[in-house]
Unconditional design. Structure first.
Length: 317
């Protein structure tokens, strides 16, 4: 049985599939040639990431040939999922594979922000030899994460990974989720041991009012959860991290709050109008920025490939 991994698959995922007897084709076929290629090469399973779209028209043209569509990653906006399922095509994804990667990026931003690394990394190459003492003074009032309260809004897969890491750094937590039920959190260590704790979500306003930093991890559409009104409730000089979806924090209100000094810094991995974020956001001196790379680690790619392989083997073998 042939699998076309049109947007690539990790070597470990490919190996797993091949060991189970699947043929894996990693050719990147142009969108408009996909239907012909799949027909001519007798492909039964199509794996995509975000680049390839799998719409109703493609499935109709293939007339029952595809048995499975797999999305490496979380969102399935590029697949007509309901239509595929109504035609008996399995649709799978790997929602948990990149949670740890996103959580680690949150702390990369947080640890960088509290020591102004985002700014210092830009100024040192330009002024490090001429204004060393000035820069030392400018970045000399950093702070530690230990003892600070991290607000987590959205306590699903990524929110929980963030909480586990926050414990390791000695942070306090204020967690909010639509689901108010307590969550048992397991914090694993490299030696195989782990500890368990129970976290009870609090209301949204409590998180806003008590957190030194707020990290957003809600699912769903990008309606603004945090705008002017919510920022006004936050502690003065707090920080915000958004790795969830562009627009969950209102960018105009955020930049205004940073410029006014109400908030001290913000980290953004996701933006309104990607891949053309607003210049005002990109140019702010108070923002730590990454181009939507939360899930993009080698380890996550391996887990994505292996999880897809396991699911394909169990569904199609
Ligand atoms: P998840 O579904 O496991 O958890 C989301 C949680 O948010 C759920 O517990 C849900 O109850 C809660 N929630 C939803 N709307 C809420 C609201 N309005 N208020 C409070 N709680 C709410 O999702 P996840 O895998 O943890 O992903 C979280 C977010 O991260 C998603 O938006 C996803 O798109 C994003 N993400 C970003 C990257 C990246 O590269 N930056 C990578 C993966 C996922």
């Amino acid at each position: 049985m042939k699998v076309l991994a049109n947007d690539g698959i990790s070597p470990s995922g490919k190996q797993k599939l091949e060991a189970a007897g699947f043929e894996v084709d990693t050719t990147t076929v142009a969108q408009n040639q996909l239907a012909n290629y799949i027909k001519e090469n007798n492909v039964s399973a199509l794996l995509v990431r975000s680049a390839t779209t799998v719409r109703k028209e493609l499935m109709d043209e293939l007339n029952g040939q595809l048995k499975l569509i797999g999305r490496g990653g979380v969102g399935m906006d590029n697949i007509d999922v309901e239509y595929a399922r109504s035609k008996g095509i399995h649709v799978i994804n790997t929602p948990a594979a990149s949670s740890r990667s996103v959580a680690e990026l949150v702390f990369a931003h947080l640890l960088g922000m509290v020591r102004f690394l985002f700014d210092s990394n830009q100024k040192m190459p330009l002024e490090g030899d001429t204004h060393f003492k000035v820069l030392k003074k400018n970045y000399g009032a950093g702070s530690e994460l230990k003892g600070k309260t991290l607000g987590i809004i959205g306590f699903g897969r990524i929110g929980r990974e963030v909480a586990a890491m926050a414990y390791g750094l000695g942070m306090k937590l204020a967690v909010h989720d639509n689901d108010p039920n307590p969550v048992e959190l397991t914090i694993p260590f490299a030696d195989g041991q782990s500890i368990k704790t129970v976290i009870t979500p609090v209301d949204f306003e409590t998180v806003l009012k008590t957190s030194d930093f707020i990290s957003l991890h809600v699912s769903g559409a990008g309606n603004a959860l945090i705008g002017k009104k919510e920022i006004a409730m936050m502690k003065d000089r707090a920080g915000i991290v958004n790795t969830a979806r562009g627009g969950i924090v209102d960018e105009v209100d955020l930049i205004a709050a940073l410029d006014e000094g109400k908030l001290r810094y913000a980290a953004l991995d996701v933006f309104v109008n990607e891949p053309n974020p607003a210049m005002k956001v990109l140019m702010s001196p108070y923002t730590s920025l990454t181009p939507h790379i939360g899930a993009a680690t080698m380890e996550a790619q391996d887990r994505i490939g292996e999880e897809l392989a396991d699911q394909i083997i169990s569904l199609l073998k």
